[in-house]
Design a protein around this ligand. Structure first.
Ligand SMILES: [Zn+2]
Length: 158
């Protein structure tokens, strides 16, 4: 089985994109830790790979995958990735147990959600829009908290 690092370094757009999406959906430190160590190399090896993209350039997703790796390196909560990409569907995040939808506007193509990170409790205002594909803009309220060295004096009360 090729590792994600092998895929990133393959020079093959399909394999690079596979690794990119595996990284973006990943919350497994055992998979992410090796990517942290290899990150400078991964950036260099993928810089010239033409990833294409029908509507949005896939290189945007590659950059987001690297952001996910950096967030993990820096000990940020998983939800720190949300504002960096327009691809996080609140309903899917809720189904995965990553976030909870507290309320929504009237459902439609364009709507808003109030979401809470299931790990750190960060609240987000999420705007859903539609431009060729559906997108979601996550805006955190207040100051971001950390996953590992988390403070306990902030939050909605227990
Ligand atoms: Zn969080």
């Amino acid at each position: 089985m090729p590792t994600l690092i092998d895929d990133y370094e393959s020079g093959d757009p399909q394999r690079v994109l596979h690794a990119v999406w595996q990284t973006i959906g990943c919350r497994d430190p055992e998979l992410l830790d090796p990517l942290v160590a290899a990150l400078p190399r991964l950036r260099a090896r993928t810089a010239d790979v033409e990833l294409g993209g029908m509507i949005y350039s896939n290189s945007t997703h590659r950059e987001h995958a690297f952001q996910v790796i950096e967030n993990h390196r820096d000990g940020l909560c998983w939800c720190a990735a949300y504002p960096d990409s327009l691809t996080y569907d609140p309903r899917k995040e809720q189904n995965r147990g990553h976030a909870e939808i507290r309320s929504t506007s009237t459902p439609g193509w364009e709507m808003t959600y109030e979401c809470v990170c299931a790990v750190c409790g960060q609240v987000f205002d999420v705007e859903q829009g539609d431009h060729h594909v559906t997108w979601w803009r996550w805006v955190p309220r207040g100051v971001k908290r950390r996953r590992r060295r988390g403070s306990s004096n902030v939050g909605g009360g227990a």
